[in-house]
Ligand binder design. Structure first.
Ligand code: SF4
Length: 159
């Protein structure tokens, strides 16, 4: 029983702290607070279309098909580019490393990405993901607050 009382006491203290913090907190809140806390970690906010794009990127099954024919470029890159699949997986699952993943895009022409997208068995929007990756990596490098206006939308998703 004393354990339950102790737990209730801790919960009450926690609730009180949250309420007091909300009442007297100064400084940015909401999106500006998010940017202040997480932008330096490479996390920037996404708008609805970007969120949808990331979800579609999550459909990548890591089948490796988009890495077919990439060995020459992979070899040339000396470790900076390990194939299109890594770019897709990095773009859809690992925003804090967007900077490194975006550098890999320097080794693969955009026309090749278009071709890879057309041959992807689950039609992952590789080209739009690459664009998002570049944009977000640039945001993180600049370290400035990121807008999430509809103007920064990626190309519309295919139906
Ligand atoms: S992007 Fe498509 S082709 Fe490439 S690994 Fe993912 S599912 Fe396979």
């Amino acid at each position: 029983m004393s354990g339950r009382v102790h737990a209730l006491f801790l919960l009450a203290i926690g609730l009180l702290r949250v309420l007091l913090r909300r009442l007297f907190a100064f400084g940015p809140r909401g999106l500006p607070a998010f940017q202040q806390h997480y932008l330096s970690d490479g996390l920037s906010p996404v708008n609805s279309p970007q969120r949808q794009l990331l979800l579609e990127g999550g459909g990548c099954t890591a089948c490796g098909r988009c890495d077919e024919g990439e060995s020459a470029r992979i070899q040339e890159a000396g470790g900076a580019y390990t194939g299109v699949m890594s770019i897709v997986l990095g773009a859809s699952r690992n925003m804090p490393d967007y900077g490194v993943t975006a550098r890999a895009l320097d080794f693969v022409p955009d026309a090749v990405l278009v071709d890879k997208e057309q041959n992807c068995p689950v039609r992952v929007p590789i080209v739009a993901l690459a664009a998002l990756l570049r944009d977000k990596a640039a945001d993180a490098r600049g370290g400035s607050p990121v807008t999430v206006s509809p103007q920064s939308q990626p190309p519309p998703a295919r139906g």
